[in-house]
Design a protein around this ligand. Sequence first.
Ligand code: UD1
Length: 422
Amino acid sequence: MEKYVIIGGNRLSGTVRMSGGKNSVLTILPACLLSKGACIIHDVPRLSDVYVMKDVLKCLGAKVEFTDNTMIVDASNITMVELPDRLTRMMRASNLVMGPILARFHHIIMAYPGGCSIGSRPMDQHLRGLKILGAEIVEKYGYIEAKTNGLVGNEICLDFPSVGATENLVMAATLANGITTIRNTAREPEIVDLQIFLNAMGAKVKGAGTDVIKIVGVKELGAAEHTIIPDRIEASTFMVIGAITQGNIFIKNVIAEHVETVISKLREAGIEIKEYDNGIRVKCNKRPRSVDFKTMPFSGFPTDVQAQVMGLMTVSEGTSIVTETIFENRYKHVDEFRRMGADIRVEGRVAIIKGVKSLSGAYVESSDLRAGAALVVAGLAAEGATVVDNINLIDRGYEGFEQKLRRIGADILRVDGGKERH
Ligand code: UD1
């Protein structure tokens, strides 16, 4: 099991470039399955989740080449419509192949997906939508089988603006016969990125970024080339790192509009943030003020940044109230923060954080991807050494995390069973 060893207290400064967005690439890669031609995708981050998705595509028969940060996916010759438990358990986003495979090959069998342990993550919205488009679905022995004689456009209204359900249903509808209108859709930037890619392949999708998406089905989709949008969660994490280390960081390759809610919350906490055409500068030279926040679907405060900003609140001046509304079990980092000296009380979906002057280094464990990143954030500011265990979870979503941190002055090492790795 690999660990990070962090010596806290350095004020981080310098320039750091954000990678392509994890959540964007995890929907764009399954979308390649809709195409009869080879698709070229640029700025693909080298993350463990991306390697799992690559294996998923290969398991279905796609040819995949991954050089530097460019991936070429040729799904012209899909040979399998069945995904084994071994692959789907490794990642929730494996369920995003369902819409494309069903739409193009009219049949898919897959085991229920796994993912981070942040709460129950049902697929009812995905399956209900696919049924409305004409799929027959059987759930048995831990597997989902969907079949159709050809999907047919229809009206779908989601009960909740689920990101994955919106993506799956938009992809499925691109090859359905007729027009599909999906209401109460998620409005995340990754869905806009998906729409751009689908339309480049020849699809007719309109409305991504709003809560109504309209898709006019087409007979087939072809090759396309696309560059993934920057990772807004990675950028938000680095903003928090700039703030908690009282540093001065320039974050390149970020779309400010995608992180506006986080920027405004951090400004409220007294952090200086300037937006430029080519990036964002984050500066802080005093203890931040406590702020309250509540996670919401985009453009609200992202649940994927809750743990990191809570980390900042543990050392802020005053009391902060955090409310998690998206996932019911997303406070596993709280006990670990407490080991570092944080004062936090959790009541249901609400966490009350009384800021302390400083945290102290401790041995802590990541429970999920963002919780792990938040422990690194805390460790960078804590007095003494922090060991963050289980960092394979952090590798799911941060490309070259420790290299990027070291370049801006962090004292962080990856340790593998007692051995150091730079
Ligand atoms: C995506 C992101 C994840 C982020 C989340 C919310 C990817 C690969 N992952 O996950 O990083 O934290 O959005 O912003 O893009 N739900 C149902 N039924 C469904 C689907 C979802 O009840 O059929 C519930 C979930 O249990 C959860 C909430 O809706 O409580 C949000 O889930 P959803 O928006 O679907 O998240 P994901 O697409 O899984």
